[in-house]
Write a protein that binds this ligand. Structure first.
Ligand code: NOJ
Length: 562
């Protein structure tokens, strides 16, 4: 595998609305981020992924963009953004921007034009169809509940919106639209950014027949993914984008890709494919979803969890590069989901962090993860802000579901779990704002906060700092291959990674009950070196047989014969 900077980097994701407010309006902003650059430098991350900061009516917190080349007033100005870029580059860090081009806002100038008449120049920038028998053109449901189509009276047609009705899908079949997007991307790249995270990029090409999923008899909406995930022209578009834009710069790209398998992913990230560098897949994030989808919460188990990770580690090895993440702004907090956010808060956060930093791929840390921030439980639905959550709640209530059951699923899966303000200190509103925050702070900020973490040498923050440093100091953590150990064990996650005559041995106890690890005979070595652990470990500890404590994590580097 080729060596390159973005494989050796650790990325830190910032959700600007919730990171740091500099002007007391209760909304995080760019000057707020600038005030925390030294904190990020101290952590040691290499790249910042900034969620959308563009002009937006905020139906979906910035993922509905009304102007791709201006900054949202709530967040500041272009001059602020330039200062942020300089501040990062000056500290040796890079910046990747969110590229949201499957859809725009309905308040984008293109859409304002497009809806006025069928022969408007911008009409074809979006996807319009006449109704069918007094109903929508097909039975596709939106990711945010209800139909994926919205009727527009002025021209008596419907437009497609896979997300909210304020997020009309762009029509990539139109060459002028594609050129406008490439021009806009070039404009940002010429400002000196270091790459893009591409929002739902595997949805941009739709089957032009736009077929219904069901036979229409039920009258309900269905997930139409088979007609727009990895659609017929997606690779052609990405290769064109690569040829015309990406290939001209030394940058990194990561595409969010819903429903992809490692085989699909290899087509996006194959090193000879000239498309993207990495994709975010969803298989691990679906590990606790039942047949009814994300809100149909089922308990996850370690067997599935390990199987999915192993499949991706071996599936892409030698072909393309993995991205590694355990949470982001769309997911619950990893610690509440896969760890233990009470008794073993510290231990389990460190254990999960160890997993994140010792697989093959580029790790993505989500803001607050390095502090062990947790899910939140607001008493009333009125405190929730996320459009996906609110639409689901209203739909389920209207359909007669039990309110308590709905709230329970929001507590475990709602996106606002990851969107409460960053916890900087134990002062009012966790030091996030001097005003009134746009979403309430998690009450546990009095004990879980950055100030406390920086002062505690044994904190999750300092452990993450060390993990990030290990990726710099030991190539084996980045480039080595992956082989699972104790595959059938439902308690311990262990693997060995090999590069030349070095091996990395990773042993993780995923639960609070003690567990035994046995190192199989086939793993041979001459000397061992403990790189990191979340408990005290004696130098002469026998690693052929380890009695693991609750959520214990150990990483050894093995030298010599294997
Ligand atoms: C994925 C983004 O991460 C999410 O926050 C957003 O709601 C959808 N795409 C639509 O843009």
């Amino acid at each position: 595998m080729n060596k390159i900077w973005w494989k050796e980097s650790v990325v830190y994701q910032i959700y600007p609305r919730s990171f740091m407010d500099s002007n007391g309006d209760g909304i995080g902003d760019i000057q707020g981020i600038i005030s925390k650059l030294d904190y990020l430098k101290e952590l040691g991350v290499d790249v910042i992924w900034l969620c959308p900061v563009y002009e937006s009516p905020n139906d979906d917190n910035g993922y509905d963009i009304s102007n791709y080349q201006t900054i949202m007033d709530d967040f500041g100005t272009l001059a602020d953004w330039e200062a942020l870029l300089d501040g990062l580059h000056g500290r040796g860090m890079k910046l990747i921007m969110d590229l949201v081009v499957n859809h725009s806002s309905d308040e984008h100038a293109w859409f304002a034009e497009a809806k006025t008449s069928k022969d408007n120049r911008y009409r074809d920038y979006y996807i319009w169809r006449p109704g069918q028998g007094g109903r929508e053109p097909n039975d596709w449901g939106s990711f945010f509940s209800g139909s994926a189509w919205q009727y527009e009276e002025q021209t008596d047609e419907y437009y497609l919106h896979l997300f909210s009705k304020k997020q009309p899908d762009l029509n990539w079949e139109n060459q002028d639209l594609r050129q406008e997007i490439y021009k806009m991307m070039t404009w940002w790249l010429d400002k000196g950014i270091d790459g893009f995270r591409m929002d739902v990029i595997n949805l941009i090409s739709k089957d032009q027949e736009l077929p219904s999923v069901g036979d229409g008899s039920s009258g309900s909406y269905h997930f139409g993914g088979q007609y727009f995930m990895n659609g017929p022209r997606v690779h052609e578009y990405l290769q064109e984008m690569n040829r015309e834009v990406l290939s001209k710069y030394d940058i990194m790209t990561v595409g969010e890709a819903i429903g992809v398998t490692p085989e699909d992913a290899a087509l996006y990230v194959g090193e000879d494919r000239n498309e993207l560098n990495m994709v975010f897949h969803f298989e691990l994030m679906d590990v606790d979803s039942g047949p009814g989808g994300k809100w149909d919460v089922k308990p996850w188990n370690l067997a599935d969890f390990k199987r999915i990770i192993s499949k991706w580690q071996t599936g892409l090895h030698g072909k393309g590069w993995n991205s590694l993440y355990l949470n982001n702004h769309d997911q619950p907090r990893m610690l509440s989901r896969f760890g233990n956010d009470s008794t073993y808060h510290k231990q389990s956060a460190k254990m999960l962090g160890t997993l994140l930093h010792t697989l093959q791929g580029t790790p993505y840390i989500y803001q607050g993860e390095e502090l062990g921030m947790t899910n939140v439980q607001f008493n009333s639905i009125l405190e929730y802000k996320d459009i996906e959550t609110l639409n689901m709640y209203n739909e389920y209530i209207a359909a007669g579901h039990d309110e308590q059951v709905i709230m329970k699923s929001i507590y475990s899966k709602g996106r606002d779990n990851g969107r409460t303000p960053m916890q900087w200190n134990d002062g009012p509103h966790a030091g996030f704002t001097t005003g009134s925050p746009w979403i309430a702070v998690n009450p546990n900020y009095t004990t879980i906060n950055a100030e406390q973490a920086l002062n505690d040498p044994d904190s999750i923050f300092h452990y993450y700092k060390k993990l990030i440093r290990l990726r710099k100091e030991h190539n084996v953590t980045v480039y080595a291959d992956y082989r699972p150990l104790m595959e059938d064990d439902h308690h311990v996650f262990a693997y060995v990674r090999t590069l030349g005559n070095e091996q990395l041995l990773v042993v993780l106890n995923f639960f609070e009950t003690p567990a035994d690890f046995t190192l199989e005979e086939s793993v041979q070595y001459e000397t061992k070196q403990l790189l990191i652990s979340n408990y005290e470990v004696a130098d002469d500890d026998d690693i052929r047989q380890i009695a693991l404590r609750p959520y214990e994590a150990r990483v050894y580097k093995l030298h010599g014969i294997h």
